[in-house]
Write a protein that binds this ligand. Structure first.
Ligand code: THU
Length: 164
């Protein structure tokens, strides 16, 4: 038996003011996009904005449904839009923010497990890492170089391949 380590580091900023201008812009847009969420059940509005390699900007926000499992997270709405509007164009950076109507919105939240799986697949299908910026409406900001770092020991297309 041997132990295997998984280490992962990310950048922590005290506020949006410490970010490079283009990253600060992206996060402030993500904060705005929380207003486009449809979240009458959770009252938790999530906004995501991506800058693509071709310079295009794509947005996503969570879209809930009276039939709860039908609801979609902001990140997966964004990825579906990006792939549909600009197929094969890598996503350079995604910024994710949120507004919690029932509490604070002052610390970064991290994508849920399903969204991590979707981000990972997007990275591999266009063969390009996605930088992830996480921040609330105020407070600390995290920057992660590559979405795959959020999902160690992941299940991927390679696991489905059959031997020749
Ligand atoms: N949500 C997202 O949009 N992204 C996440 O990564 C976490 C959760 C949404 C789903 C649901 O509409 C609401 O936030 C509360 O879970």
């Amino acid at each position: 038996m041997k132990k295997q380590d998984y280490t992962f580091s990310f950048e922590v900023y005290d506020s949006i003011d410490e970010l490079e201008e283009h990253d600060a812009w992206l996060l402030s847009e993500a904060r705005q996009v929380t207003q486009h969420a449809y979240a009458p059940y959770s009252h938790f509005q999530v906004g995501a904005i991506a800058r693509l390699d071709n310079g295009e900007i794509v947005a996503g926000s969570n879209q809930e449904n009276a039939s709860f499992p039908v609801g979609l997270c902001a990140e997966r709405v964004l990825l579906a839009s990006a792939a549909s509007l600009f197929p094969k164009v890598p996503i350079e950076t995604i910024a994710i923010s949120y507004h919690n109507e029932n509490g604070e919105s002052n610390h970064p939240i991290s994508p849920c497990g399903m969204c991590r799986q979707s981000l990972l697949e997007y990275e591999s299908r266009v063969n390009h890492p996605i930088r992830v910026i996480l921040g609330g409406l105020e407070g600390k900001v995290y920057i992660i170089d590559k979405a795959a770092m959020l999902l160690p020991l992941s299940f991927t297309a390679e696991d489905l391949s059959s031997p020749a």
